[in-house]
Design a protein around this ligand. Structure first.
Ligand SMILES: Nc1nc2c(ncn2[C@@H]2O[C@H](COP(=O)(O)OP(=O)(O)OP(=O)(O)O)[C@@H](O)[C@H]2O)c(=O)[nH]1
Ligand SMILES: [Mg+2]
Length: 274
């Protein structure tokens, strides 16, 4: 298939035990795609483990420290736009997001959508979580569907594909929300702008090596963010159609400084707030 020029992104923090197999599996399923990794200077040497593979379609962007998962995704958005990609896939690097689903995500996007998310909860999907974690995740996704009236069964997982041209119409500053709330907020901002949204079923697996990086307080931040988005939906009116707006960063020299009207600016590459 002559697919769009595609970039596949994942963020890493201490995933040295997972990255080699992941990159190999991505290469099997999406051989024409480039890969960009945003690593937050993982102490376990993740960046070196990737460089050792010697693949010339893989770029590793190393940030100086743990600047968070949401800003890593924003950096990938900036990078995809700046480098002329047409499609951007985002996924986790810990083995939860199986590259076997890449062709389905890509084909669905190509059939006329702007955004496709891998769903654990639609027919045909599956989630290896159990007990408390499964119930929290299911409840969060049902609540999002009802409160936001967006017809998806999945909002929170980061296995997605975007039309890059559409990313330019998002207000990146509105996505500087901190932590895992980034993922729900992205879907809501896309829906408010009339993007065509779709989902395909995925089997979400338990992570491979290593440990989870989600701090427990993320649940509370997630609930607060969902309430905020529900209020914005009712009272927020039309979104501002601010174009893709990252600015040059005076400290690191990249063009990846994202501006948020309320919180000021943040460079999603070096973390500088000026
Ligand atoms: N660069 C960067 N990557 C991160 C950061 N936090 C998490 N990650 C990566 O983001 C992905 C998701 O993180 P996980 O810790 O697996 O979070 P999760 O999948 O929501 O939680 P589990 O279900 O417990 O695995 C993994 O590839 C992590 O290595 C961060 O602060 N910076
Ligand atoms: Mg995980």
């Amino acid at each position: 298939m002559d697919f769009m020029k595609t970039l596949i992104f994942f963020a890493t923090y201490n995933e040295a035990g997972n990255v080699a197999a992941l990159i190999e599996q991505i290469a099997e399923r999406a051989p024409a795609a480039d890969i960009v990794v945003v690593d937050d200077n993982s102490p376990d040497g993740t960046a070196d483990a990737i460089r050792k593979l010697g693949r010339n379609n893989v770029t590793v962007l190393v940030r100086k420290g743990k600047l968070g998962l949401g800003t890593a995704h924003l950096l990938a958005f900036c990078y995809a736009v700046a480098n002329g990609y047409e499609a951007l896939v985002t996924m986790d690097a810990d083995g939860s997001h199986d590259p076997q689903h890449l062709p389905a995500l890509m084909e669905k996007l190509d059939s006329g959508y702007d955004f496709v998310i891998g769903s654990r909860y639609m027919k045909g999907g599956a989630c290896d979580y159990d007990g408390y974690r499964l119930r929290v995740s299911q409840a969060a996704n049902v609540a999002a569907r009802l409160l936001l009236s967006v017809k998806l069964t999945e909002f929170t997982t980061s296995y997605r594909i975007f039309k890059v041209e559409k990313l330019r119409s998002l207000d990146f500053g509105a996505l500087l929300v901190g932590g895992y709330s980034f993922f729900l907020t992205t879907v809501v901002e896309a829906a408010r702008r009339g993007w065509r949204l779709a989902e395909v079923p995925i089997h979400f697996r338990e992570r491979g090596y290593g440990t989870s990086k989600i701090p427990p307080f993320e649940i509370f931040r997630g609930v607060a963010n969902l309430m905020r988005l529900a209020v914005v939906k009712v009272f927020g009116g039309k979104p501002s159609w601010e174009a893709f707006s990252p600015q040059p960063c005076g400290v690191c020299g990249t063009g990846y400084s994202v501006v948020n009207a309320a919180q000021g600016r943040m460079c999603v590459f070096c973390g500088d707030g000026r």
